[in-house]
Design a protein around this ligand. Sequence first.
Ligand code: SF4
Ligand code: SF4
Length: 215
Amino acid sequence: MNKLSKTSKLDNILSWSLQALETCPGSLSAAGVLVDACSGCYATTGCYNFKGTKAVRADNKAAWQEAGWVDSMVAALRKQSYFRWFDSGDMYSLSLAVKIYAVMVATPHVQHWLPTRMYKFAKFETILAQMEALPNVMVRRSSDAIDGTYTKGVHGSTILPDATSVPAGVTLCQAYEHGGKCDGCRACYSKDVAVVGYPAHGRKMAKVIRLAVAA
Ligand code: SF4
Ligand code: SF4
């Protein structure tokens, strides 16, 4: 069964998530070390560690593998205009990616936002390209950086050390000015916004940035 989350941060837009890190093979560098952006991952802190939150993600991990999952997702999105994939976790399986693509195709009335690091694995390239070709889908390939750097034409998001240092070509996420909420902004869902920069937040990420600066 699908367990969709409705978070006030996203203006109550629904999302579907898995457990961070355990479903995030792209969180590791070629040397097997957590990349900076994932070292400070907000989805490994606070309420994301609550038993109930973890249970929802575990249920979702089992549910997508069942027959009928695509149909149930399509039904759940019948009245939605926007949808966020992976508030936590990532599209770790190619079979999952194929099913997500089917949901996207069957819900042209929904603007989908899918952040991912699975572009690091060649076998995902075809399905990501298929998703990106859909008019209602914005795949944001996440940069591993926490200093605002990104590769033009590759990455669709990056993390900024703070809101005052916004590199050229980056659209600043201004949720920090609205109590941490999107407050009507839909930049992440838009193909017209090439790269979104998220100011670092949370104590865990602050520590990662301090260590990076000191190194
Ligand atoms: S891929 Fe995303 S959810 Fe997973 S550990 Fe990295 S930042 Fe967190
Ligand atoms: S850029 Fe806009 S849509 Fe994206 S997280 Fe920030 S406020 Fe929300």
